[in-house]
Design a protein around this ligand. Structure first.
Ligand SMILES: [Zn+2]
Length: 103
């Protein structure tokens, strides 16, 4: 098996609602800001109980991206790996939208 990047249509809200950001060993819930979630028990957030279906990592950029994605996928084979740049863009756009809607 190998890893290639595939573009697919996806509901940005679903990603926002079910994503966890991981580093080497731990996860961070962007919803309730719980840090240090054990990667082995990463089915749902111990803080806000949201189910995790997507995973991304700040480290998955540039030359190391491939290695990080492989490592994360091995630990969390049931989750969909979202490119961090895409996640950031999406989250930024959402923030901008909500600011705009608030006017
Ligand atoms: Zn949470």
């Amino acid at each position: 098996m190998n890893y290639i990047r595939v573009w697919t249509e996806i509901d940005p809200q679903d990603v926002q609602d079910h994503i966890v950001i991981v580093d080497d060993k731990f996860g961070f819930c962007p919803n309730c800001k719980t840090p240090g979630i054990d990667i082995k028990e990463m089915k749902k957030c111990p803080g806000c109980d949201r189910e995790f279906k997507y995973v991304t990592s700040r480290e998955a950029k540039g030359a190391r991206a491939f290695e990080i994605v492989m490592r994360t996928r091995r630990k969390l084979p049931d989750m969909i790996f979202v490119d961090y740049d895409d996640y950031e863009k999406m989250a930024g756009r959402k923030k901008a939208d909500s600011l705009f809607n608030g006017i």
